[in-house]
Design a protein around this ligand. Structure first.
Ligand code: 4NP
Length: 160
């Protein structure tokens, strides 16, 4: 069985590709790459086909995380069929996702929802704030919590 996880932000060049890279690395380290599929997409179309933003590439390089193969695409209606989890970076992304479609068997949430007592509920957009380091901290904690939840919900274990 494959569990499919899509990270969503506005432009798909800063926050959600960072989450995709971080989550993909965690999944690999847990030996779950054959059981969890990871992708990211943006609400807007402006950056379709682009690599991640220099700031996102910079922090991922610094942390030794690969962003190979990650390039921007726009969210589609069929993402609601193709993914089990849609994980948004902020409230606006959530609203925009739900305006495209709604389906009961898809888990839709925000990245920071799973962090107990989180200081932020939305991941601030570094395209405007420039603070990629802070976003990385939030993204890595959020990804780690969501991975725990997803492993529990699907009883996923490393394959021997
Ligand atoms: P992201 O940041 O949603 O984290 O990828 C943005 C990137 C580009 C734009 C907005 C946000 N933009 O308006 O082009």
């Amino acid at each position: 069985m494959m569990v499919r996880v899509l990270f969503v932000c506005l432009g798909n060049i800063c926050r959600s590709p960072m989450a995709e890279a971080v989550f993909r690395d965690m999944v690999q380290k847990d030996g779950l790459s054959s059981q969890i599929e990871v992708d990211s997409a943006g609400i807007g179309h402006w950056h379709v086909g682009s690599d991640p933003h220099e700031g996102t590439k910079g922090i991922l390089d610094q942390k030794g995380l690969s962003y190979e193969g990650i390039s921007a695409r726009q969210v589609t209606e069929s993402d609601w069929d193709d993914f089990d989890y849609l994980i948004a970076m902020d409230d606006q992304n959530m609203r925009d996702l739900k305006a495209i479609r709604e389906k009961n068997d898809v888990v839709v949430g925000k990245l920071l929802d799973e962090i107990p007592g989180a200081k932020e509920s939305d991941v601030p957009d570094p395209y405007f704030t420039g603070n990629f380091d802070y976003v990385y901290q939030l993204v890595s904690e959020g990804c780690s919590r969501w991975l725990e939840r997803i492993k529990n919900e699907h009883s996923l274990k490393e394959e021997e």
